[in-house]
Design a protein around this ligand. Structure first.
Ligand code: PEP
Ligand code: MG
Length: 325
């Protein structure tokens, strides 16, 4: 029941054999913060900042953005707040910004690609985030990273924003952690190289599944082929964790799959440290974490890697889930 779930808000998300799986929330607006705080979330694992840009018919100013990020940081009282820089393009558009007509918008001019082509706008956002970093546990995340160069170029703009603020005497946190979304297969393939550049990874399963399987996440004609439990997806996830863990880089998951209770043994079995999900999914997922053994999950993963077809993997996960209930 709802009340019983609500009581779980204060219970830490730890398996019966003692493995912690931090549960953070995805948000797009400050309005969602109340529900997040009520759910007992570990923090915000993904603040999608697109809405700030879609809301007002023009680019938001540094001050406007700063006020929003600062309020979120303060209300979280030291809990992590991962702010993702603008991920416009793909399915999200700004009606005041001319964007090219594209044959393949998800493969096109979007996210970090847009930001790096408009460093003036990018720097405004980074300055706002840096200023908010003086008021809480703020972290910065770049979307759709596909190369080491992109990370370095983005960090270059960040360094410039820091220098400006320092010269102006404006406070910010010098060692604000920076991380990247892992949502392009190229990023999985070079995860060991990217791990040298950042302090955390967050796997965006929505895009990663679409690109791994070459299945447009918006195309209904092929939606039956959008298969989170495809053996290729499991291998992508494993490769990311292996590349990151040997280098001390934290790995979280923030796509929709993070909210699917059937996937919990995948995270526990691979050694994922954090999930970020919609606030409604936090308590149901926590309830499942509380009765899923990490040790059994590791055994299950070995079994799953021997299976060759998605339906077999999915059915095995469903059986495991119903047995854990
Ligand atoms: C993802 O791709 O999984 C993700 C979390 O980002 P978005 O859904 O905003 O593209
Ligand atoms: Mg994405």
């Amino acid at each position: 029941s709802k009340e019983r779930l609500q009581q779980l808000a204060l219970v830490p998300p730890v398996t019966p054999d003692g493995m912690m799986l931090e549960l953070a929330a995805n948000i797009s607006t400050l309005k969602e913060l109340d529900a997040v705080l009520r759910s007992g979330a570990h923090g915000i694992g993904l603040f999608r900042t697109e809405f700030l840009y879609m809301d007002r018919g023009r680019f938001p100013t540094e001050q406007e953005q700063y006020e929003v990020y600062r309020e979120a940081a303060e209300r979280l009282q030291g809990k992590p707040l991962i702010i993702r820089t603008l991920d416009i393009g793909g399915d999200k558009h700004l009606d005041y910004q001319e964007m090219p007509e594209e044959e393949n918008p998800f493969l096109g001019f979007r996210a970090i690609r847009f930001s790096l082509s408009r460093k003036d706008l990018f720097k405004v956002q980074l300055r706002a985030i840096l200023r908010a970093s003086a008021h809480g546990n703020v972290q910065i995340m770049y979307p759709l990273i596909a190369s080491v160069e992109e990370v370095r170029e983005a960090n270059g703009v960040l360094a410039e924003a820091k220098r400006e603020l320092a010269a102006e005497g404006v406070p910010y946190r010098e060692d604000v952690p920076t991380g990247i979304m892992i949502e392009v297969p190229a990023a999985v393939a070079i995860a060991e190289l990217l791990a040298e550049e950042v302090s955390f990874f967050s796997i965006g399963t929505n895009d990663l599944i679409q690109f791994t399987l070459a299945v447009d996440r918006m195309n209904e004609q092929i939606s039956h082929m959008y298969e989170p439990f495809h053996p290729a997806v499991l291998r992508m996830l494993r490769a990311v964790v292996e590349a990151a863990s040997s280098r001390g880089v934290r790995v979280g998951v923030c796509g929709e799959l993070a909210g699917d209770v059937r996937a919990i043994p995948i995270w526990l079995g691979l050694g994922i440290q954090e999930l970020s999900l919609s606030s409604q999914a936090i308590l149901p997922v926590k309830e499942a974490v509380l009765r899923t053994f990490a040790q059994e999950s590791r055994g299950l993963m070995e079994e799953l890697f021997s299976l060759r077809i998605a339906s077999a993997i999915r059915e095995r996960l469903e059986r495991f889930h119903s047995e854990a209930v």
